[in-house]
Design a protein around this ligand. Structure first.
Ligand code: ATP
Length: 493
């Protein structure tokens, strides 16, 4: 029975073994910002690679993209982020702590996990709604019902482009990667052979000035998203929605997440962003709060909303110049009759019809899923009276695939082990270690999640075989040195 990891165990292992560090730690740290260390960067790269493989490489109907983080400000006007992307917050009058209204708990629910299911973009609806905070508890000082009126809090980070104050322009750090995909829809259509149904995928950084950050890398202000916009003909969208729900759920399972820790949560109609026809979250049972289910990935049917909006947005360029870049002064005009024929429409040359495609969007967090993979892989067990910490990573995710050791530092064993290491590193991320007792070296690799350790020992000198020890079972088999790459490839792929 695997031990249920506590967040503290994970944070301390991550720091101790160089997975994840607090950003700017030598200056006392920067809240909610984290750096991935030598093992962490390999793990995170592997999570990205696994996503890209499943969503792009293995499919005939998805292509990739890598857009810039800074985009024309009108992108965010058209997408709705410039006007609506905010959280509703209130401030505790006693201790001045600001909290998202949807994160506040009732006095009666204290100890239970906070509700976190309100989408950021519902802000207008939220502002208009009545919020009774009389029973709500301040998460910081515990005072009940002592809050300011709820107010919207803008979530996009702003920055300035241009050398001079006079002609510099306010830009936004993107709060999602999706809009870069919509803005390039026409470019991709014109330069590739894609035909609907098809998808465009992207992995990249996003930024949100979150009111409250929490739980290590679960919610941070700078994070990485892996998003797919899958374009399909209206009327086929429900089918594609189901398809991607299944694909994405299985992706986590195939990478070793335990089934009992994963579930879907359908959004209620009143929770849906105004443009979405349907939305489901893939949730993971994270070990914080009270062992609560939390969103890992959102899968939404965004209809034709975004492409339509950008088609309207493109026509506001002159107005934007006239308003000297003041987005608040620009209005997106109602659709002209001919919107259907615009550049972001699609012409089906078999059926001879033109339409604005619908979009199914699976949107995952690379950092958040990395945390889920860490939590799910974490285990502690007792072996011959000694505690063993291990990360039971799926081989595709393990930061190091193989470690090579000489049993002792004599009799030519280090030289043989080094040769094996040099051969294997052509094929796998490999680590060489000759320091300390071999048992300690095994433990260190268990804790880093390395699936295989190879030891060169006395018998190697006689028959050119080595021991290959498997992380989870600790079983050891002897394998001929020249058969190692094949033996490992079979187990690691
Ligand atoms: P939440 O309700 O948790 O704020 P959201 O519903 O606004 O999230 P989406 O806009 O659907 O999130 O973003 C898609 C995915 O991006 C999320 O499922 C999550 O994995 C990741 N993500 C979003 N915000 C953050 C964040 N602040 N830190 C880390 N990952 C994030």
């Amino acid at each position: 029975m695997a031990k249920l990891a506590k967040l503290d165990d994970i944070v301390s292992l991550c720091k101790r073994r160089g997975f994840i560090f607090q950003s700017s730690e030598i200056y006392g740290g920067l809240a909610s910002c984290y750096d991935y260390g030598p093992l962490g960067v390999e793990l995170k790269n592997n999570v990205r690679k696994a996503w890209w493989k499943a969503v792009v490489q293995m499919r005939d109907d998805v292509v990739g993209l890598d857009c810039s983080i800074l985009m024309h400000p009108l992108v965010w006007k058209a997408s709705g982020h410039a006007d609506k992307f905010a959280d509703l917050i209130c401030e505790c009058k006693k201790c001045n702590t600001r909290t998202r209204v949807d994160h506040l708990k009732d006095k009666a629910e204290e100890g239970a996990a906070a509700q976190e299911h309100i989408e950021h973009v519902d802000i207008e609806k939220e502002v208009a709604a009545q919020h009774d905070l009389s029973n709500k508890v301040c998460p910081d000082c515990g005072k009940v019902g002592n809050f300011t009126e709820p107010m919207p809090f803008k979530l996009m980070f702003e920055t300035q482009m241009g050398a001079n104050v006079d002609d510099s322009m306010t830009l936004f750090l993107r709060p999602e990667t999706a809009q870069g995909i919509f803005a390039n829809f026409r470019n991709v259509l014109d330069t590739t052979r894609v035909k609907i149904p098809f998808g465009i995928a992207q992995i990249g950084k996003s930024f949100r000035n979150e009111v409250t950050t929490k739980a290590f890398i679960f919610r941070t202000r700078e994070f990485e998203q892996a998003e797919l916009e899958f374009f399909c003909e209206p009327g086929t969208d429900d089918e594609w929605f189901e398809h991607w729900k299944e694909q994405r759920f299985n992706w986590y399972l195939n990478l070793g997440i335990k089934k009992e820790n994963l579930r879907f949560r359908e959004h209620d109609a009143d929770e849906l962003a105004h443009y979405a026809k349907g939305c489901v979250d893939v949730e993971y049972k994270f070990p914080f709060g009270s062992g609560d289910w939390q969103e890992l990935e959102g899968i939404a049917n965004r209809t034709d909303y975004d492409l339509r909006q950008h088609q309207r947005g493109m026509r506001t360029l002159n107005a934007w110049f006239e308003a000297k870049g003041d987005l608040a002064k620009i209005e997106l005009k109602a659709e002209a009759e001919e919107y259907l024929k615009g550049p972001l429409s699609y012409f089906d040359d078999v059926e001879k019809k033109r339409y604005i495609p619908y979009v199914i969007e699976p949107s995952a967090g690379i950092d958040r899923s990395t945390l889920a993979f860490l939590v799910d892989a974490y285990d502690e067990e007792e072996v011959r009276g000694e505690k063993r910490n291990l990360l039971r990573f799926h081989p595709a995710l393990a930061p190091t695939k193989v470690a090579v050791f000489p049993l002792v530092r004599k009799d030519g064993m280090p030289e043989i082990a080094r040769n094996i290491y040099n051969d294997l590193k052509e094929h796998f991320t490999t680590f060489y270690d000759e320091k300390g007792a071999v048992g300690r070296r095994y433990r260190r690799q268990d804790e880093a999640g390395t699936p295989f350790c190879i030891t060169v020992d006395g018998q190697t000198l006689e028959d050119k075989t080595v021991t290959v020890r498997e992380r989870d079972s600790m079983e050891q088999v002897r394998v001929a040195t020249d058969k190692l790459p094949g033996h490992l490839r079979e187990k690691l792929v």
